[in-house]
Design a protein around this ligand. Structure first.
Ligand SMILES: [Fe+2]
Ligand SMILES: [Fe+2]
Length: 322
């Protein structure tokens, strides 16, 4: 399996359509999905792919999907109305992707132009976008796919209600700005990964297949952003990461606190968390913990020499995050 994945990095196991998966309880399904889609081999492969995407950006093609076969009987272990509410919340969260990509591009551009191009493309002297970033090309498929799922499952059309993305707010420290922004970006890709994986455990058939495509994209982006962060900020401790997330370092406390708690609060609201059953709440929390554990184990296995080999020699002059 390892060799197969390395030779064909875009091939993923189709374990989720086996009888063993179909009949397994939700916690077991979650474990199987994490083992299949977030293995160390896959995470390494997705990070290793980044330098190739710098040279020759290639959006990942989706497998063919039988959209017409999607119906509510493919939802398992969750109230279909809650499932639809989660889809609606995800649709809103996935938009407006252009706003997200351009803010990230601006934070990256002064320090890492290649990564800036990967996430947000290129702009001309007038500030007009002349080339899309690969991140945007892949992410902009998500909201339409989720809208199509919503329509198949409910018979209704749903118009997204995008919120205002945070704009570029530079200080006199671009390195620190990028660290704060990048951490938030990794956190949102991680949140999307956990949610789509959890929805996969509650679905079957073509509905499950669409969610798998979303999941593979989110894992791909999360892995690249996380690994790039490990490379760009090699001396950063876990404590610094946690302090930045909860907003007690660098004097940017209020901004960080409001950003992180705002994101969490918004996520709870858009997912209609208060209406979820206790088992649904517990399995989602368990998913967050298990995926984080898997990522943490992988992240610890990334050595500086390996990162420099995959992403190029680190510009030491950039220094650490603290
Ligand atoms: Fe997405
Ligand atoms: Fe994403």
């Amino acid at each position: 399996m390892t060799q197969l994945l390395l030779l064909h990095p875009l091939t993923y196991p189709q374990d989720s359509h086996t009888p063993a998966f179909e009949t397994a309880p939700i916690p077991r399904r979650l474990t199987l999905l994490i083992e299949s889609y977030l293995s160390v081999d896959i995470l390494n492969d997705r990070l290793q792919d980044l330098s190739q995407q710098f040279q020759h950006p290639q959006p990942r093609p989706w497998q063919p999907i039988d959209w017409d076969s999607i119906n509510p009987s493919q939802i398992r272990g969750i109230d279909p109305l809650i499932f639809l509410a989660i889809l609606a919340g995800s649709i809103d969260t996935e938009t407006p992707i252009r706003g997200y990509t351009q803010t990230s591009r601006q934070y990256l551009e002064p320090l890492y132009p290649q990564m800036a191009r990967f996430v947000g493309g290129t702009v001309n002297d007038q500030g007009d976008l002349v080339e899309l970033g690969l991140w945007e090309k892949e992410e902009r498929q998500h909201s339409p796919a989720l809208q199509r799922l919503y329509t198949q499952l409910s018979g209704l059309k749903l118009m997204p209600m995008p919120h205002d993305p945070r704009s570029y707010e530079p200080t006199n420290s671009p390195h620190r700005d990028l660290f704060e922004h990048g951490l938030h970006r990794v956190a949102t890709e991680y949140g999307a990964t956990c949610l789509y994986l959890w929805l996969m455990a509650h679905s079957t058939g073509a509905l499950h297949t669409v969610l798998a495509e979303l999941l593979i994209d989110e894992i791909n982006h999360m892995t690249k952003f996380w690994g790039f962060g490990r490379w760009a900020y090699p001396q950063t401790s876990l404590l610094t990461v946690l302090r930045t997330l909860v907003g007690t370092s660098w004097g940017g406390a209020n901004r960080q606190r409001s950003r992180f708690s705002h994101t969490l609060q918004r996520m709870m609201e858009v997912l209609h968390w208060e209406a979820w059953s206790i088992p649904n709440k517990l399995t989602l929390l368990w998913t967050f913990a298990q995926v984080l554990w898997q990522l943490w184990r992988w992240s610890r296995s990334l050595k500086t020499e390996q990162l420099n080999c995959w992403l190029g020699a680190h510009p030491e002059s950039q220094g650490a995050a603290q």
